[in-house]
Design a protein. Structure first.
Length: 293
């Protein structure tokens, strides 16, 4: 009975199975990495610098293929026909708004590119799509700023607009690569609330790369800790704090305990990485050029 139930159980939305990635020059970014993410989860990746967090985002987005192993998104192997019928939204540390366009037009840019909206863009850009962009801007506190140019907004305001652009086409998957890393602490904390509210309202599947452990504990439903390069997931922690989370709740003892535990695990991973690096050099089966200082 259990075997029959498991056979028909839905697959995770995102699956990485024994994935390794080796860049040119011999640098191994990921080594036999496994990860499963269910629909609607908010997963954060944390770990030492250079451990392959952003590489995983590129794999899921289809911007990079694995050297070995498999990457499955929506039941299809990435790179095969039909994989990205699943809509993906992207937001990075730098908002990269086009300076000659208004904020509203920047937000609507995915609708100009992604099907099926692309075919409807000319007929709906001044009506339905404009209204959709304005509604998102209002939701993140940018009501009345749609006609402004990027150079007229602060860094925090641009990042809010970037989140709107990533969500405008109602993606199944939202990939965030340190989207708040360049902002001051106060603005960053405000945007945590904004991101949390957007996720609660729309429930995309989110994969967040961050170096901020408080940020990961504040936003994520799961936190995956990665080893030093070559990266692997060495800890997968469920975050059960009630939502909506608040700045006040982030100073609770259990919140601080989780952040401290993550910090200690990453410090251990960094230390183990130093030893592992020496082992790579000392092991004849490994080429020296595979080790990056």
């Amino acid at each position: 009975m259990n075997q029959e139930t498991n056979a028909f159980a839905p697959r995770p939305l995102i699956e990485l199975s024994a994935v390794s990635v080796q860049y040119g020059g011999g640098t191994i970014a990921l080594d036999r990495t496994d990860l499963q993410i269910e629909q609607g989860e908010f997963v954060a990746l944390v770990g030492p610098s250079g451990c392959g967090k952003s590489t995983i985002l590129k794999l899921v987005a289809g911007l990079l293929g694995p050297t070995t192993g498999g990457v499955i998104v929506g039941g299809r192997e990435v790179g095969t026909v039909g994989t990205h019928q699943r809509k993906i939204g992207l937001a990075f540390q730098n908002p990269t708004m086009l300076p000659w366009l208004s904020i509203r037009d920047n937000v609507m840019m995915p609708l100009k590119i992604v099907e099926p909206y692309r075919q409807q863009y000319r007929s709906k850009r001044k009506t339905e799509f404009r209204d959709r962009a304005d509604a998102l801007l209002e939701q993140v506190g940018l009501r009345g700023f749609g006609d402004k140019r990027p150079w007229q907004l602060s860094g925090g305001m641009l990042q809010r607009a970037s989140l709107c652009r990533a969500l405008i086409h109602e993606p199944d998957i939202l990939l965030l690569d340190e989207p708040f890393g360049a902002l001051d602490q106060f603005t960053r904390e405000e945007l945590w609330d904004t991101m949390q509210a957007l996720w609660i309202a729309k429930r995309p599947t989110v994969l967040l790369v961050t170096h901020d452990l408080r940020e990961s504990a504040y936003l994520a439903s799961r936190i995956c800790v990665m080893s030093s390069r070559p990266g692997r997931i060495i800890q997968d922690t469920q975050v059960d704090f009630a939502r909506p989370r608040t700045l006040e709740s982030s100073y609770a003892p259990e919140f601080g305990a989780l952040v401290h535990q993550l910090r200690m695990r990453i410090a251990q991973a960094r230390s183990e990485g130093d030893t592992k690096g020496r082992d790579y050099v000392d092991t004849p089966a490994r080429a020296i050029e595979e080790v990056t200082p």
